[in-house]
Design a binder for this molecule. Structure first.
Ligand code: IPE
Ligand code: IPE
Ligand code: MG
Length: 240
């Protein structure tokens, strides 16, 4: 029987590992790039669905620090898609009152991509609906390393004293500063691993894995994940 979301708790922050673009293309005898292209369309749909459902934060893993190890052809195609997609995203964000924010080390991208990211953040900063967070050149370990570097520099300069450093201080040095931790992680394509995603932030996040390949992801899939989330007995180390 199909359930609906009436009376259900909508997770405040949903994190997504979109995986399976390559497998989706392979199944159809298409180049991997076609899978990525379809994957972009699925991201666009999901942003609209998440905004409509009242999710406050949607954080999508688009390109990891490890993804640079793919072939130059695939990396190049992904960068091209990213360029194209940023322009589209500006329209989608404006039409849906979505604020866009990027996490990850953007300094490694070509200057026009950095400019595009900055523009997207700047022009959507005043939107008050969903915050759509794109993780690009993102790795949890890289994020923590950059945070530690900055924190150490602040200690050296005297603006921070080591004995006052607590968990809140560390969180404030991460790319996700000011955002709530994810309540729900959705990973498509069946893999049961984190792949270096939001390592600090997902300490108590509920996991939901579906075999659906990312380009096939739909509103129904998102709703299924939220229904599963509502059946979870969330604990944060305590007892009930
Ligand atoms: C996810 O799909 C997209 C990126 C990591 C950029 P994949 O490209 O990893 O697809 P599979 O896992 O090979 O099917
Ligand atoms: C995770 O997918 C990273 C992104 C979706 C950007 P990968 O396909 O890169 O992860 P692994 O290699 O299966 O762990
Ligand atoms: Mg993959």
């Amino acid at each position: 029987m199909k359930q609906n979301l009436e009376g259900m708790v909508i997770p405040r922050h949903v994190a997504l590992i979109l995986d399976g673009n390559g497998r989706w293309a392979k199944k159809r005898g298409l180049p991997r790039t076609m899978g990525h292209k379809e994957g972009c369309a699925a991201v666009e749909r999901t942003v609209e669905d998440a905004a409509r459902l009242g999710i406050e934060y949607l954080t999508v893993y688009g390109f990891s620090t490890e993804n640079w190890n793919r072939s130059a052809d695939e990396v190049g195609a992904l960068m091209q898609l990213f360029r194209f997609y940023m322009v589209r995203l500006l329209k989608v964000a404006s039409a849906n009152n979505v604020r866009v924010r990027m996490i990850g080390d953007r300094t490694r991208f070509d200057q026009d991509i950095i400019d595009g990211i900055n523009r997207l953040e700047r022009e959507t900063a005043g939107n008050t609906g969903l915050t759509f967070v794109i993780a690009v050149n993102y790795g949890g370990r890289d994020e923590i390393t950059r945070a530690v570097r900055k924190l150490a520099a602040d200690c050296l300069s005297g603006s921070l004293s080591p004995e006052t450093v607590n968990e809140q201080t560390v969180a404030s040095y991460l790319d996700t500063a000011g955002m709530p931790d994810p309540d729900l992680l959705i990973r498509t394509s069946g893999e049961l691993r984190l792949s270096n995603y939001l390592l600090w932030q997902m300490a108590y996040t509920e996991f939901y894995v579906t075999d659906c390949l990312w380009p096939d992801f739909s509103r129904e899939e998102l709703e299924r994940a939220i229904i599963a989330y509502n059946s979870r007995d969330r604990r944060f180390g305590g007892v009930k």
